[in-house]
Structures are given as C-alpha cells and as structure tokens.
Design a protein around this ligand. Structure first.
Ligand code: GLC
Length: 803
C-alpha cells in the first residue's frame, strides 16, 4: 500500500494520505535554529540545543492524532455557526478532499482541501535565521463567498526539555506570556521567568489579530475537558486575550481573514522565533512580514541545495537508485551531519546523546564533496574531544561543549571507553584531505579534551598528532591475542563483554585507519612514517589471521577468557556480519577467506529485506553480554536487520569484484522500494531507517528509527564510491566502478577540487569491474586515476570497462 509518491522534478516526496503508519517527518533549519516538522504540520523546534533550549512541546510517544507542537485552525462562518477544522488534518481529523504533504529540501509544504477551502502552507527556517516561518495561502474554491478566520497555535515547553517532564509544579510556575502591540500587529512573547531578561520566544504574524490566547486551559475550555480536536474557545467570536502568568503556555492568534470571494486567496505569514529581547527581534519580525522576503529566503534555500547536490549527480539504469543518490540520500546525509543521533521522531533529544564522536565522524564521510568547509569545522570540534592518550570522549553536548563517556558509565565494572571512537575520526580527517587536498589542515593545532581545574586544555597537538595518538592508543591497548581490547563496546554499542574481551571489529577498523595513514604518509613523502605504519599493519594482520578464522568465517570477539563470540561454537550469535565485512575492508583477509566469509554472509545472514547483523538472536537476558540481550531475537543488534552495516557488505563485495551481489544488497534495502509496502515497513520511504525487524521476529520487515542513522552515510558511500566507483584520493579522482554486469554503463557529473567532471562509463562486455581504458577530454590516460588540479573547469571523462 502507498501513502505517497516521489516527485522527481521538484525533488520532493509527496504524502497523499495523512494516515501514514507513523508520523513521517522532514527537517527544517539547522541545529542553530530548527528541528523537524511532521507530515501533519506538528513541529519540534529548538535553538542551539534540544535539551537546554527547546521551544515547542512535541511528544513523540503520544498517538498520531494528537496535537504536537504546532497547528493551524481555520473557521468558516456558516449559517449554522462556526465550522472549525485544521487544514493539516491533525488534530481535528476532518474528512478532506485533498491532502498533500510535500517533503522538500529544507521545507515542508502542506496542500489540502477541506470544505471548499484550499490551504497551502510552506514551512521553513530561513538560512542563518532564528525563526520558523509558515507562509499560508488560503483560497476559496467554492462558487460562493466564504467568511474565514485563521488561528495558528503553538504549544511551548520549558526550554529545559527534561525538566518539563520531571516537575509539574516548578516548571509550569515559571512559564509566562505577554502580548505586545506593534503597530497593527500582535506579538506574543513567552519566557520562563528566569530567562525573562535574557531570551524570549515570540510568535507573530503579518496580519492584524483581533484577539489572542496564551493560556492552554482557556483555549481548550472547561478546565481542559475541552480538547485540541474541539477547543471550546474557537466556538466563541473572540479569544480571551489572557496573558498567562503560569501554566501550560501556548500562543494563538485569531485573524479574521474577511470574506474570500470565489477563487480569492488570502495570505497569512506566521513567525515563531527566539531572541535576546524584542528589540533584537524587531528587524527580523518586520522583514518577514513582507511576502517578498519569504520568497527570497526560499530561493536561498533552493540555491544551497542545488549547490549541495551539484557535487554529484548520476544517471544509472536504476531509477530508484537515481532517486536516492541525486536527492534523498544526500539530503539525509546532511541531516545526520547536522543532528547526529540527537533529535528525530525516535531520538528524543532529551540530553542523553548529544553529538556522537563515532556517529558524526561517519556522517562526515558522506558530506565532504558537498560542504567541505562545514566538514572541516566539524572535524575541528570532534578532534577537540579526543583525549591526550589518543582515545576519545564518546559524545558531547553541542551547547555546553561538555564531553561524556556515554553509556559506558552505566556499568561500574566495565571499561569507560569505546574502542572505536578515535579511529573513525582518522577516516573522517583523511576523507576531508583527499576530497580537498588541503594538507595545511594537518598542521592546525587543536586542544586535547583533558582540562585543568580552570577548564583550560592541558595540551594541544596538530591534527596529524591527533591522528597518530589515536593509532598509538589502539596499538597499545591489546589483549591476550594481541587484538584490540573491546573497551565498553566497539561499533556495536550493545555487546558489553567483561573487561579483557577483544574486538575483531576494532582490529579491522584499526587496519583500515592504518591503510589511510600509510597512503597519507606516502603522499607526504614521509618514509619512516610509511615504514612504521606498514609494520603496525602487518603485525595486526598477522594476529587477526592467526586467531580469528573460525573455519568457515571470522569470529567477532574474544571474551575475557579468550573464548570466541560469533563462532559456530556459540549457541547464540554464531556468525556476525561485521565480523566478515571488515576483514575484507581492512585488507586483512586472504582472498580465499574473504570469499568464504562473504559467502557465509549471503548464506546465513541475508534476507529479502536486508542482511541481519548476526544470528541466531539471544533468547533471554544475559548480563555477560549486556544490552544486546535486552531485546527479543530479530530486533536491532540482536539478529535484526541493522541497516548501517549493510553497505559494508556492499563495499566488501565490490572489493572482491562482485558487482552483482553488491547491487543486490543495495537494491534490497533501498527505501524507495518500500513505497509499495508502507503498511509493512511503516517508516518514510525517502530515507533510510536504522533497523528493520529480522526474520526471527514475527513482524519481519517493519522499519524503525528512521533518519538519524549511519546507514545514510554508508549507503551513499557504498553506492557512489564503490559501486559507481568514484573515489577521491590525494593525487586525484580514482574511477573504479564495480557495477551489476547487466548494466550497459552509467553517467555521472562529479565536482572535485573546483572542477567538474562529466563521466560516462561504458560496459560493452557486461562485466562488473575492471577499467580497460579511460579518456580524458579525448586523450587516453594511463591507469584509472584522473589527476587533480588539471587546467580548465570542465572535463569529459569516458571509461570503458573490461575484464
Ligand atoms: C546506533 C548508534 C551507533 C552504533 C550502532 C550500533 O546506531 O548510534 O553509534 O554504532 O547503534 O550499536
């Protein structure tokens, strides 16, 4: 069953049935000011941080029919009385003639028709702005004049989002609102008492309001036995003009739009913002009362996205793949880069997560071609959360910049560090260097996280020094097989074996990081460096190969007693996906073992909805393993289809030259294909989810935790860098596709170091991999590397694949 369709020309997904299985969302603004809007116009908005400066009250767990954060009510004056409804469907749930929610790049537009009124509401945050704008056009589609009122409503939360839920006396006693007249317009101001002199939320519009409400109790009526579905106050001619002194604060403005003649449109613009005080907000408030200013801002958003997407556009024989790679996947990558795993319909932004070291480092890998400057700035921040010993803080709050060791603090007797965090930043940093060629970055000085009592950093080091310390930490933290100690966890947060356990994942990630550093040292001409890291690489490779082969596949961990986990000897978790893909990615696996390991993945872990992360699932809580045993078999990391490691299987298959298998893995998790089975899958078909229930669970195929997942970054990389094979390197752009043999080829336009390459790949012999010949602007070039820094702005590259 479908709930909407892809509109390729407008780069949108359009939801046409508002009763989607769960709220489908879109992001507006940035972390500086923004949040998400759901497909029925509800919105969770914050400034700088969803934990400490949240503006709207949005309760993800409440039923989809509930009011969440914001809505708009319309009233038609009819002979029988006032007809009140929401053009966003929720919360009044009226029958509609038309409903469309256009999920766009940086905006959401809801177009609906109820009772002969068409409403078109475009919801967005201006670039660099600190307010959410709603540009609402209301048109009379009937043959008769209609008298219409419009009442937009916001519900506020205490800015300390968690406190809002932990104290129902103190928090509401602090909340206050007042109304200010600004010429003909009403501005509703809201603040918790202690912030009155430092920050205010404001809500206003471009039309005179005849009355307002800021007290939820009065708005709903009858001591709140009135509901958002039928607020009693909306049956009155006017709202009560109450300035709330405490309690649940809302902002509602009643506008009499007057009589709309047949075909006539009226336009209402609302603004929800935050500023130090009203003076500071005044210019922005006045500017956005002008409709032209909104058009300008929408043009800027469009320009940003056009430039962002111009970094790479592809045309392959697979329309669903094009759809993802040209619009929705890069969009999701930018959203994950912005929000890490902090704020979504599933990640509640209540303080426990903030920005993740491991997650954000991986997110960065997919945005470097589009926004390298933002990538560099983010890297500077991430590296400042690395400690002097080379390991890293697991996460930090973006507002307070306070680091934390994450969930590892939960278990006293387990190590308080993650064994992988610091290694991911090596991959992110070298990705930036390869994309931009900006080697000067290596010399920039960045403090380590350790601080003295006054909060000053104890030591700083160059970016290169940071990378080296990370490698040294892993080199020196090894267990009984000489493999890296697990720490509290590696990539898999939920396997928390007792102290002394070793991680094969971290061993391989270390191997991959070493390959990156070796390539960097070679490029820098640092012979001793090359030597040192090659030796480290060979040492770890020998240990992995000596200890980790289980007979038909690789094991995943050794526990504190040296017993394997992820082995045929185990009852649960006999084989793990990451255990197989990463020895291929690190280059540690011999060709034979690599092939066998990846065949075991296909045979034992693959399902029609994606590859399971391991099997069989643990069937009961076992404190030895920790988190993974807290949920039933088939869910999340416990033998669920955890999507983030799926693209690693695609990459591993391309390394082995098997483009058909890599593509099969790509297609089976492409969310576009879920559009037809939305009733099973439930999540948005325009972004990747974090996990899908596996075949060990009765609800096999159900997606969960959409948007904020490393799946976005890695699927983008797997598809563009490994299947389509365009990989930035220090000396140029490597073209090394590994595509399905059925393809005749594909074309791509790739921006690289300020130049644009128009690439055509021909596959006359229907092979998966192997570049026979490349011509650059008509001249044959040796090998398959397009050199960086060619003269000229545009280049034509033709590639012929050959066995
Ligand atoms: C979640 C976390 C990520 C972790 C993964 C596997 O996606 O955000 O950091 O690697 O789960 O446990």
């Amino acid at each position: 069953m479908q709930y909407g369709y892809f509109d390729k020309d407008n780069r949108e997904y359009v939801i046409t049935n508002p009763r989607a299985p769960v709220k489908w969302i879109n992001y507006i603004g940035t972390r500086d000011f923004g949040g998400f809007v759901d497909h029925t116009g509800g919105a969770l908005i914050c400034k700088d941080d969803p934990t400490f400066n949240r503006i709207t009250k949005y309760l993800q767990q409440m039923p989809s029919s509930d009011f969440k954060g914001e809505t708009l009510f319309l009233r038609i004056h009819e002979e029988k009385g006032l007809r009140v409804f929401s053009p966003f469907f929720v919360p009044t749930l009226d029958p509609f003639q038309r409903f469309e929610c256009h999920v766009g790049l940086g905006y959401t537009r809801i177009v609906s028709e109820f009772y002969g009124l068409r409403t078109e509401a475009t919801i967005f945050v201006p670039r660099d702005g600190t307010c959410e704008l709603r540009d609402i056009r209301i048109t009379n589609l009937t043959e008769a004049p209609l008298t219409v009122d419009a009442v937009p409503v916001i519900e506020y939360t205490h800015p300390n989002a968690l406190l809002q839920f932990t104290n129902a006396d103190w928090a509401p006693q602090t909340m206050q609102s007042k109304a200010v007249q600004d010429e003909d317009y009403t501005i509703l101001i809201q603040y918790p008492f202690m912030f009155r002199d430092t920050k205010i939320n404001y809500f206003t519009s471009n039309l005179p309001a005849s009355s307002f409400e800021t007290d939820r109790k009065r708005f709903l009526g009858e001591n709140e036995y009135g509901t958002f579905r039928m607020p009693h106050s909306l049956q009155e001619a006017e709202l009560s003009n109450t300035e709330a002194l405490r309690g649940d604060n809302i902002a509602a403005l009643l506008h009499h739009l007057g009589t709309l003649q047949p075909g006539e449109t009226h336009r209402l613009i609302t603004q929800l913002g935050q500023a130090h005080d009203l003076d500071a907000a005044h210019d922005e408030i006045r500017r956005f009362r002008q409709p032209e200013a909104l058009e300008e801002e929408l043009t800027k958003i469009e320009a940003f996205w056009s430039d962002y997407l111009a970094a790479l556009q592809v045309e392959t024989p697979d329309e669903d793949m094009n759809q993802m790679l040209n619009v929705h996947n890069p969009h999701q990558c930018y959203v994950t880069k912005t929000w890490s795993r902090y704020l979504s319909y599933y990640q509640l932004g209540l303080g426990s997560r903030g920005i993740g070291m491991r997650d954000s480092s991986q997110d960065l890998l997919a945005v470097m071609a589009s926004v390298p400057e933002e990538g560099k700035e983010f890297l500077q921040t991430l590296l400042s959360f690395q400690k002097r010993d080379g390991s890293a803080m697991h996460q930090f709050n973006p507002l307070t910049l306070e680091g934390s060791e994450g969930d590892s603090l939960e278990m006293e007797d387990r190590p308080h560090y993650y064994s992988d965090d610091h290694l991911w930043t090596i991959l992110a940093t070298t990705a930036y260097l390869k994309e931009t060629g900006d080697l000067a970055f290596l010399k920039e000085t960045i403090p380590f996280y350790n601080k003295d009592k006054q909060g000053a950093p104890l030591e700083s080091g160059t970016v290169l020094e940071h990378l080296k310390r990370g490698l040294a930490f892993t080199r020196d933290s090894v267990g009984q097989h000489g493999l890296p100690l697990l720490g509290f966890a590696d990539w898999n947060d939920t396997v928390n074996l007792p102290t002394g356990a070793e991680s094969l994942f971290t061993a391989n990630l270390y191997g991959k990081a070493l390959l990156e550093i070796i390539a960097l040292m070679e490029h820098l001409g640092d012979e001793p460096g090359v030597e040192e890291y090659r030796t480290a690489y060979e040492e770890m490779k020998a240990r992995v190969e000596a200890s980790a082969w289980d007979g038909e596949w690789y094991v995943r961990y050794f526990d504190e007693d040296g017993n394997p986990v992820g082995s045929a000897k185990n009852t649960y978790n006999q084989i793990s996906l990451n255990g197989q893909t990463w020895p291929v990615i690190s280059g540690f696996a011999s060709p034979d073992r690599a092939r066998q390991a990846m065949e075991a993945v296909y045979g034992k872990l693959n399902t029609k909805f994606g590859i399971k992360v391991s099997t069989p699932g643990f069937d009961g809580y076992d404190p030895k393993y920790g988190g993974v045993t807290t949920y039933p078999p088939g869910t999340k990391e416990n033998s669920g289809i955890f999507l983030h490691p799926n693209p690693w299987a695609m990459i591993a298959e391309t390394i082995l030259g098997n483009g058909d298998r890599a593509y099969e893995y790509y297609v089976q998790i492409n969310p576009v294909a879920k559009n037809d089975i939305a009733e099973i899958y439930e999540c948005e078909p325009y972004v990747y989810a974090q996990n899908i229930l596996g075949d060990e669970h009765p609800q096999f195929g159900l997606g969960r935790n959409s948007w904020l997942s490393g799946t976005a970054s890695w699927c983008y990389q797997a598809a563009t860098q490994w299947i389509l094979g365009m990989r930035p390197e220090y000396a140029g752009l490597r073209i090394d596709p590994c595509i399905p043999s059925a393809w005749d080829g594909f074309t791509a336009t790739r921006r690289f170091r300020g130049q644009t390459f128009h690439i055509t790949v021909h596959n006359p012999g229907h092979v998966c991999k192997g570049v026979g010949k490349i011509s650059l602007d008509g001249e044959t070039v040796p090998g398959n590397l397009i050199p960086a820094d060619l003269p000229g702005a545009e280049h034509r590259v033709e590639v012929w694949l050959e066995d």
